[in-house]
Ligand binder design. Structure first.
Ligand code: GLA
Length: 385
């Protein structure tokens, strides 16, 4: 695509782009709804990405062309407003707004944008677009690119300009992913550790339920509030806690009666999920992929029963995966309410698994299932040629 993106750029704007940048989407292996609770997550960057071919302009205008939406938008660098005709442009606009706020002066730019991260599927196309935009703008304007700071800036763009109160996971993995490695992130202090995933032994297979993530924004914000309420109530008994990250499983057991039922369930998920992430990293580092799979199964059950962010199609996909040979673990991935499941599958079983689950899902729901066998890609970077 980078060659054809280059020729699309020439057709649209004449001449060559200064750079072509790609930033990956992600799949979270385990650690769901933990990032905004100061907890742990364990995602991979995948070989599905957003690409931007771009060139600096001599004036202060921005000309963007979206290949996917077959549309153009033009706006000045100093009047960044949401445009309901072009909601896709909110992502680079949000990043530009944050870069400007951080004291950088931005020139105008021309760009052609293409992505193959499925939209609304929970694979973080938005974060990929933000991170690709930040990297492109850094190159064009000669701003030093610090990966962690850029991830934070992109999260602010999403929180403030786009208006979604997401945590840090998606932008962080898109900026810092590493080929053939999963990334353990401590979302409190943003320290991180790469853990190799042996692609000769196990594959990560994503199944896209085809059900768009309805309700995700309002329900996501409700979950955040319930977690905060839990911290407040628990802090009466466990002084000094700032987030659910600070609550151990033992403390939770002892003090859970202080919580109303719904809040109790939400908190139980987060407290247990944090421990599962650490156990999963430990398992993978010891080559115990069966254990890793069992932890993924437990994560799904907890997201379904306690955090209540699953839905029938996702539960069905997980059940079908369990009935298939060579599947070590399966769970919903991302915020929930639709989107995708992630499956850890023994390499030699992948083909049969994909065939069986596609057929069974179609029979039960009438829906056609998209599956992706993911390669673990590096984080954001420039493409040659
Ligand atoms: C979305 C958010 C992330 C994270 C997940 C749930 O993907 O963008 O920050 O909260 O949901 O784990």
């Amino acid at each position: 695509m980078s060659r054809s993106l280059k020729s699309l750029f020439s057709k649209k704007f004449g001449g060559e782009p200064d750079c072509i940048v790609r930033a990956p989407g992600r799949v979270n292996l385990i650690g769901e709804h933990t990032d905004y609770n100061d907890g742990f997550v364990f995602p991979i960057a995948i070989d599905r990405d957003i690409r931007i071919a771009a060139r600096r302009r001599r004036d202060e205008e921005v000309h963007l062309h979206s290949v996917n939406f077959e549309t153009d938008t033009v706006f000045p660098v100093d009047a960044l407003e949401k445009d309901p005709q072009h909601p896709w442009a909110d992502y680079p606009k949000g990043v530009m707004a944050e870069l400007t706020k951080a004291g950088h002066t931005l020139s105008g730019w021309d760009a052609v944008i293409y992505g193959n991260v499925p939209l609304g599927a929970g694979l973080s196309s938005s974060a990929a677009f933000e991170v690709a935009s930040a990297y492109t703008l850094s190159l064009i304007n000669e701003i030093p690119f610090d990966s962690v700071q850029m991830a934070l800036l992109c999260q602010r763009a999403e929180n403030r300009f786009v208006g979604v109160q997401c945590g840090i996971m998606d932008q962080f993995i898109s900026a810092l992913g590493k080929k053939d490695h999963a990334l353990l992130i401590d979302c409190r202090n943003l320290s991180y550790r790469y853990v190799p995933l042996d692609s000769g032994q196990v594959s990560v297979v994503v199944c896209n339920s085809g059900v768009q993530r309805g309700l995700v924004d309002s329900e996501y914000n409700t979950r955040r509030r319930q977690c905060e309420e839990g911290v407040q109530l628990l802090s009466e008994a466990i002084p000094g806690i700032k987030a659910l990250r600070d609550v151990s499983l033992e403390d939770f057991e002892t003090h859970q009666r202080l919580l109303p039922e719904i809040v109790r369930k939400r908190c139980r998920h987060v407290v247990a999920e944090n421990q599962r992430v650490l156990d999963a990293v430990h398992a993978l580092e010891n080559g115990d992929v069966e254990k890793m799979g069992r932890l993924m199964d437990a994560s799904h059950a907890s997201l379904r029963d306690d955090f209540e962010v699953s839905r029938d199609e996702l539960d069905l996909l997980v059940d079908l995966a369990h009935a298939s040979e060579g599947v070590l673990g399966a769970r919903l991935t991302g915020a929930g309410f639709g989107g995708c499941t992630v499956n850890l599958v023994q390499c030699d079983a992948v083909e049969a698994f994909v065939r069986q689950i596609t057929e069974a899902y179609r029979k039960k729901t009438g829906l056609s299932l998209e599956t992706y066998v993911c390669a673990i890609a590096p984080g954001v970077g420039e493409l040659e040629g």
